[in-house]
Each structure stands twice: as structure tokens, then as C-alpha cells.
Design a binder for this molecule. Structure first.
Ligand SMILES: Nc1ncnc2c1ncn2[C@@H]1O[C@H](COP(=O)(O)OP(=O)(O)OP(=O)(O)O)[C@@H](O)[C@H]1O
Ligand SMILES: O=P(O)(O)OC[C@H]1O[C@H](OP(=O)(O)OP(=O)(O)O)[C@H](O)[C@@H]1O
Ligand SMILES: [Mg+2]
Length: 279
């Protein structure tokens, strides 16, 4: 039985639960439930704080987990990343009052507030910069205004939290993060199935199915526009001059590909969602 750690709260929790649901696993109905047995899929879920997940998985107490790459590195646990999950994308950056700092070395001897002292401490040590880390639980952007730190190091998505606090980013990117699947040091037997199912959900989200009819003479040109994963599926139509084509297309390219195919001479172009996939 594969023992899986899932975020119980915070910005990772909802999307992680949705992904597992789409991957065919049982999901909790009550947010107070901390343990759920999914015997049909031979897995067991433990709902834990995202920050603690790498610790449980790294110690081998649990087999795999969903957490953030930044949280994984901050934990110094022995868990390892096995897949990026394509949500909770962010960068981890230094920021200070507008105009005050311009490069990493400006942090020498300064007070730096962060919720990720492991991650930030490693980065500073590697760069040979010594700062005093001020560990905060969250809302780190307020630390400068409130006088407990000179600068911050925190998660940045849109940058609006920083701007609202009168801060601007400076210095190098500390980390590019996203939600990740992590595994214990002794790679569990059930991992490949979970991984394939989650990757199937990602594919279903990232691609659409496109069907269209095309004069057979234009097939080579159409394949250049949309080549599919291996190669397009081509089926005969009653009219021998025409074929029906089916191809997977990246969701964000849907309309430009339709425009190009129509321009080439394709007709009856239909797009449908993919509910599940194994590539
Ligand atoms: N605005 C954001 N955009 C993208 N990812 C984010 C954002 N805020 C936090 N994360 C990611 O979420 C993870 C942290 O989750 P966690 O639940 O501990 O914090 P949180 O979402 O800020 O919730 P909390 O309110 O408990 O602090 C990290 O991997 C972090 O990079
Ligand atoms: O660049 P932005 O789009 O503004 O997003 C980044 C902010 O989002 C998260 O904060 P959250 O709301 O989770 O609060 P917290 O800092 O207390 O964890 C993160 O810690 C940053 O503060
Ligand atoms: Mg937060």
C-alpha cells in the first residue's frame, strides 16, 4: 500500500486534491479528515501541512508526497523530487525598499526576513554573503515597514504583495519553484503507477484533441502545422479525395493551429477536451 502525503491547507491543497481526484483516487469530503484509506487503488492518504511533507517523506515514514520545491529544499530532508506538477509556480527572490539594494553583496551584515531560512541560508552561504536571518511564519513583506528586517526573501508570483509593501526585487533568482512530487530515499514500488496517473492528468490539461477534414493532397503541409505526439491519425472519408485527421494540440496553441489549418484548406475543425491520458 502506497502511503501518500497531501497538503491539508494553503495554496497547494486545493489543486493537489483536484489532481488526485482527476487521477482516479479517493478524495476527502471533510477538510478535518487527516487520513483516508483508498483500498480500491491500494493507497493511503495523509493530509499534512505542506511544510512538513518533505520531512515525513524524507524520513521514510511516508512513501511519496506533494509539496513545493521551495519547501522541499528548505526542509533539508532526504526526500527527492521526481516530477514537476505544473501548478503553484513562483520564483523565490530577494526584495528591499525601492532603490535601497541593487546586488546580493549589499545584504552583507543586514537583517533578512524569510519563512525559508534553510533555502535562503544555503543560497547566501554558497554566495559567501553573511546576513542575519529573521525567521517569520508569513506576511514577510511587512517585516521591513515594521522595522524587524532590512530586506526580505520570499515567494513571488505576480509581485503585487511586494509592490503593496513598497518593496522591489533585486539580486539573483534564488529558486524557480512549483508543486512537485517527492519520494522517500527507498523508492516505493507503487510510485510508477501514481506518477503515470498524475502525468496523465497533466497531459489532459495541457492538450486538446483536434479533428478536421482535409483534402488528402494537403496532408503533408497539415502535418507540419500540427504533427501530434507521434504522428496524426488519418482515416478515410467516403469521398476518396478527402481524409479525416485527428491530432493532439497544446491547449494554448488551439486557436492559432485552427487558423492555420483552415487557411490551408481544412474544414469541419472540431476541438474536444481530453479527460484522461497515458502517453
Ligand atoms: N502566490 C503564490 N503563487 C504560487 N505559489 C505560491 C504562492 N504562495 C505560496 N505558494 C507556494 O505554496 C507553497 C507554500 O504553501 P503553504 O501552504 O505553506 O503556504 P501558503 O499557501 O502561503 O499558505 P499559508 O497561509 O498557510 O502560509 C510553496 O511551495 C509556495 O511556493
Ligand atoms: O507575488 P504575489 O502574487 O503577491 O504572491 C506572493 C505572495 O503570496 C504568498 O503569500 P500568502 O498569501 O500565502 O501569505 P503568507 O505570506 O502569509 O504565506 C507568498 O508568501 C507571497 O507573500
Ligand atoms: Mg504563505
Amino acid at each position: 500500500m502506497l502511503r501518500i502525503a497531501v497538503p491539508n491547507k494553503g495554496s497547494l491543497a486545493e489543486t493537489a486534491a483536484l489532481m488526485l481526484d482527476e487521477a482516479g483516487y479517493a478524495v476527502r469530503k471533510d477538510p478535518k479528515v487527516l487520513h483516508l484509506l483508498d483500498s480500491r487503488n491500494d493507497v493511503e492518504f495523509f493530509y499534512l501541512r505542506p511544510r512538513d511533507i518533505a520531512t515525513y517523506v524524507g524520513s521514510g515514514a511516508l512513501d511519496v508526497g506533494i509539496t513545493g520545491r521551495d519547501l522541499l529544499l528548505d526542509s533539508h530532508s532526504e526526500a527527492t523530487e521526481v516530477a514537476e506538477l505544473d501548478f503553484a509556480r513562483s520564483t523565490f527572490r530577494f526584495a528591499g525598499p525601492t532603490g535601497r539594494f541593487s546586488e546580493l553583496s549589499d545584504l552583507e551584515g543586514k537583517r533578512l526576513a524569510t519563512s525559508y531560512p534553510g533555502l535562503v541560508g544555503d543560497f547566501l552561504a554558497e554566495a559567501g554573503v553573511t546576513s542575519t536571518l529573521v525567521k517569520l511564519d508569513g506576511a514577510v513583506e511587512s517585516a521591513v515597514q515594521l522595522g524587524v528586517a532590512d530586506a526580505v526573501a520570499d515567494v513571488v508570483e505576480t509581485g503585487s504583495s511586494l509592490r503593496n509593501a513598497g518593496l522591489e526585487i533585486f539580486g539573483p533568482v534564488i529558486l524557480r519553484s512549483s508543486a512537485v512530487l517527492v519520494t522517500s530515499p527507498s523508492v516505493p514500488a507503487g510510485l510508477p503507477t501514481l506518477l503515470r496517473r498524475l502525468q496523465g492528468v497533466l497531459v489532459a490539461r495541457q492538450f486538446v484533441l483536434m479533428d478536421y477534414d482535409l483534402p488528402v493532397a494537403l496532408l503533408e503541409q497539415a502535418t507540419v502545422i500540427a504533427g501530434g505526439i507521434e504522428s496524426p491519425t488519418v482515416s478515410p472519408l467516403r469521398d476518396p479525395e478527402w481524409v479525416a485527421v485527428r491530432v493532439m494540440v497544446r491547449r494554448e496553441d488551439t486557436n492559432s493551429v485552427m487558423d492555420e489549418l483552415y487557411g490551408l484548406g481544412a474544414r469541419a475543425i472540431l476541438v474536444s477536451a481530453i479527460h484522461a491520458a497515458r502517453l
